[in-house]
Design a binder for this molecule. Structure first.
Ligand code: SIN
Length: 303
């Protein structure tokens, strides 16, 4: 028996394996494939103040060892979430963490305040890193002044665990992690997708209608790992690592680099039950290497 529990702010996760926003719906869509109650947490699809149609199609393209998306925060809005999704969540013994997005500081605050009163939601992930919208998202997360402003405003309005999801599309991601910490965030998650594009040479057209999108999948993993390492060296708050994780070995690498927990994203599109297979692999690794608590792995890289 190994101890898999980890803590992110005020949330105790039964294990460090969670699913990434935008790659696992609200979790409810996946109950035919796996027992979602075995997950450490589920990060929901991004939620905004008003419903959004998202970007025009095509908005997904496969690339070598990865994919580009330009979904554009399509969702039915926070009120729909509260009325139609939230009532179903209490049937499951895992944490649901709502990914909160918006175009303005006021919209972020509005969504966060509405989520604050929901008993079954112990935390939010503040999305200041979506690369697929004209306003909000990465526009906030790549400018230190705007990032500070939105994190500060949400921190004032939101009283539970606040996780800030960081953009890799900056020169120094640790500067943004430090801003999040200074403004009272309980954790940072990284990385969101890398701004990218793909071209169909035969048609001489972009593969994505909006031309650019966010790259995810194994192609980004070495970059994500480096960024998790840099951020974990710089901050005291727990780091949640993501970016191309598709095996237990990937998770171990992220934890050795300093992550306390991880999110599995794009790999869910290949195998919807991958996260629990990854969990089994982590237990196997711990047993083979004599670790009794998964916490011992965080930052245990030998240099
Ligand atoms: C999207 O909806 O475009 C993706 C969300 C994100 O990258 O945060």
């Amino acid at each position: 028996m190994v101890d898999l529990e980890v803590k992110i702010g005020g949330i105790t996760l039964k294990n460090p394996v969670t699913t990434a926003s935008g790659c696992f719906g609200y979790g409810l869509e996946y109950t035919d494939f796996l027992d979602i109650s075995r997950l450490g947490a589920i990060f929901t699809k991004a939620t905004t103040g008003e419903p959004r149609e998202g970007n025009p199609s095509p908005r997904m393209a496969e690339t070598p060892m990865g994919m580009i998306n330009s979904v554009g925060l399509q969702n039915k809005g926070v009120d729909h979430f509260i009325e139609h999704i939230y009532p179903h969540l209490s049937a499951y013994d895992t944490h649901f963490i709502v990914n909160v997005s918006g175009s303005t500081v006021e919209e972020y605050v509005e969504v966060a305040s509405k989520i604050d009163v929901l008993e079954k939601i112990p935390g939010i992930e503040l999305n200041i890193s979506c690369p697929n919208v004209k306003e909000g998202g990465m526009v906030f997360g790549t400018d230190p002044v705007s990032a500070r402003k939105v994190i500060r405003a949400v921190r004032e309005a939101y009283h539970k665990t606040l996780i800030v999801k960081l953009s890799p599309n900056v020169t120094s991601i640790k500067d943004f992690a430090l801003i999040a910490q200074e403004e009272g965030a309980d954790s940072v998650s990284l990385i969101n997708t890398l701004l990218a594009m793909a071209i169909d040479a035969e048609r001489r057209k972009p593969l994505i209608a909006r031309i650019t999108g966010g790259l995810s999948g194994p192609a980004v993993k070495p970059i994500a790992l480096r960024m998790v390492w840099e951020v974990a060296q710089a901050v005291e708050i727990p780091v949640i690592g993501l970016g191309g994780i598709s095996s237990a070995t990937d998770v171990i690498e992220f934890m050795l680099a300093g992550a306390t927990a991880v999110q599995v994203g794009t790999a869910n599109f290949i195998d919807p039950a991958i996260s629990l297979k990854i969990l089994e692999g982590i237990i196997d690794y711990m047993e083979r290497h004599g670790f009794s608590s998964v916490k011992e792995l965080t930052g245990a890289l030998e240099i």
